[in-house]
Design a protein around this ligand. Structure first.
Ligand code: AHR
Length: 329
């Protein structure tokens, strides 16, 4: 019996069609383009909305993603690591092109970062970093040098108190426990004051980077310590919360207690210009445009530097008065 084999012409057409389908499939997995509208899809997991800094950072990211024409999938983790891990897993499932996130704490990311790597989705760290030994788990880290911020705060204090003969009692409002900015600012500040034995941190506790936390912990500090000379708050919001506690305790912020903070958001700068804060080390939240540029580059397979540091400055009360009218956030 004669079998009906396909003609050479039919085989050739089928082969071309199969090859084309195969190439299209490879193209999808290589570039990560979801086969949708051709836009780059960026999955971004944000820490939360704990501070004025964070609000400004979220606005910067959303605006820059829209300007770049990206399809942004934004998730607010409400300061919880498990929510961020869940969001990253969702992004992987949705086959986004690039994942970016600001890790709420430094440790515990290796497993989920490995999952992203296995799925061939590049990851960019922004604002905060992770302590993973395997640097191949992410493409780059864009953000501030938090140790430097703490050091600048400490160096300013050392200079201010260089003539002091008696003990200078310092209380410290730390950021979120286990977060890079809390760990690093504490470290930088401690290093800067280490050679000044009369500068002593008498109490140090987390206020979770929030105004409410700053107020509550400062109330405890004031109750437990009759003589507080200096407050070092790891961000403006905790410093602003502490102002309420200090005033309620009958003390004058900026005079009875020297207040040093980090960030330089508008409300913090206003408190500095008004003489309620004494010094701020800046931490810029305007990371959106640089981040989108990096997203484009890693999506195109271009090399990017492993670390990109944000440019920042410091402010005294006089400098805050000058800068305030043009402050964008
Ligand atoms: O990671 C940056 C820090 O997070 C900011 O200093 C603080 O205000 C925010 O919550």
């Amino acid at each position: 019996m004669r079998t009906h084999l396909p003609s050479r012409k039919v085989v050739a057409v089928l082969t071309v069609a199969l090859l084309a389908a195969g190439m299209a499939a490879c193209g999808n997995s290589d570039t990560g383009d979801n086969g949708d509208d051709g836009k780059i899809t960026l999955g971004f997991s944000q820490v939360g909305a704990e501070s004025g800094w964070r609000t400004a950072n979220t606005t910067s990211i959303k605006e820059a993603a829209a300007d770049a024409g990206f399809d942004l999938k934004f998730d607010d983790a409400q300061q919880k690591q498990e929510n961020q891990i869940k969001a990253i897993r969702n992004f992987i499932q949705q086959k986004v092109d690039v994942i970016a996130f600001s890790p709420v704490v430094e440790s515990g990311w290796d497993t989920v970062l490995k999952e992203a790597k296995d799925a061939k989705i590049p990851v960019i760290l922004t604002d905060r970093s992770v302590d993973s030994a395997d640097k191949s788990l992410y493409k780059t880290f864009l953000g501030s040098d938090f140790v430097k911020e703490g050091r600048l705060a400490g160096e300013w204090l050392v200079e201010q108190k260089k003539a002091a003969t008696g003990p200078v009692n310092i209380v410290e409002l730390q950021g979120t426990t286990g977060s890079a900015p809390a760990n690093d600012r504490k470290k930088g500040f401690a290093e800067a004051i280490a050679a000044s034995p009369n500068l002593k941190v008498i109490a140090s506790q987390s206020g979770d980077f929030t105004r409410a936390g700053g107020k509550q912990v400062m109330e405890q500090f004031l109750k437990a310590n009759p003589k507080i000379d200096v407050l070092f708050a790891h961000n403006d919001d905790m410093g602003l919360g502490a102002l309420e506690a200090i005033t309620a305790a009958g003390k004058v912020p900026g005079k009875d207690i020297t207040i040093i903070t980090v960030d330089a958001v508008k409300d913090g700068m206003q408190a500095l210009a008004d003489g309620k804060f004494n010094f701020i080390a800046e931490c810029s939240p305007l990371l959106g445009p640089q981040l989108m540029d990096l997203v484009k580059k890693v999506h195109n397979g271009e090399e990017v530097p492993p670390r990109i540091e944000t440019q920042e400055t410091t402010f005294t009360q006089e400098q805050a008065k000058e800068a305030l009218p043009n402050r964008k956030y």
